[in-house]
Design a protein around this ligand. Sequence first.
Ligand SMILES: [Cu+2]
Length: 143
Amino acid sequence: MIFRALVAAAALAVTLPAMADEVSVKMLNSGPGGMMVFDPAFVRLKPGDSIKFVPTDKGHNVETIKGMAPEGAEYVKSAVGQEAVVKFDKEGVYGFKCSPHYMMGMVALVVVGDKRDNLEAAKSVQHNKLTQKRMEPLLAQVQ
Ligand SMILES: [Cu+2]
């Protein structure tokens, strides 16, 4: 009896496709991390998952930080004030900024899958002092 149930469960696990998830990240003038923030600012994903960047407050966008994306990843730059859905197929570490508020430390970090090939490269990217202060604890969450 138990054996049959286990076989059935195993067959189900194999035949069900891995479900892709979509995570919402709000873009805010003021949030848990202070002024001008992505919320959450740190997101962990499986390959194939997406993030919907929601301009809850207008005047924000999302853009790839140069040097903070896995090789072959698509460069992202959304229009200010517009919702943007970004799909993540390449494993690795992704840094994002809001173009108008990068200097104010509006950054986010996304980790996809288990590969960390570009982590050291991402860590070596230079930001201004305020942005660096926000980026460091995000990078510290990558494992
Ligand atoms: Cu912004």
